[in-house]
Design a binder for this molecule. Structure first.
Ligand SMILES: [Zn+2]
Length: 132
């Protein structure tokens, strides 16, 4: 005979349909107050939904698993936002940026690499205007 225990406030509603969930155990508790291995499960009260999570040692394990929800992920980067490690620069280098590249190159006996020139251009890049 099935033993069903309504966990009330302890058991979260079904994550799929939001209806009440029921804790179930197929056998009675053993001497330690535990259900035999793998017999505790939680099911959605809506038969049409059919959500079920089972195979747990104890009702606490079943409830814990049922109540576990994926951690909400932060929303994807908003359109127009700049990810960490990036800066917003004009599509076409401004005169100031080009001049900065020239200035850092002039009078050098050692050939500069692109990283140094890019850094100089970035430092001269204008801040983007706020969009209304
Ligand atoms: Zn459900």
């Amino acid at each position: 005979m099935n033993e069903q225990t309504k966990a009330g406030a302890v058991l979260l509603p079904c994550p799929f349909c939001g209806k009440e969930a029921t804790l179930c155990a197929e056998r009675s508790r053993d001497n330690n107050g535990m259900y035999p291995f793998g017999t505790s499960y939680v099911e959605c009260s809506d038969r049409d939904c059919g959500a079920q999570l089972g195979g747990f040692n104890s009702r606490d394990d079943a409830i814990g698993a049922w109540n576990t929800r994926p951690t909400p992920q932060p929303p994807p980067e908003q359109a127009g936002s700049v990810p960490e490690g990036f800066v917003l620069v004009p599509k076409v280098a401004t005169n100031e940026m080009a001049l900065a590249a020239l200035k850092i190159s002039l009078g050098r006996h050692v050939q500069l690499n692109g990283v140094d020139i890019w850094a100089a251009m970035l430092s001269a890049a204008p801040a983007p205007k706020e969009t209304p």
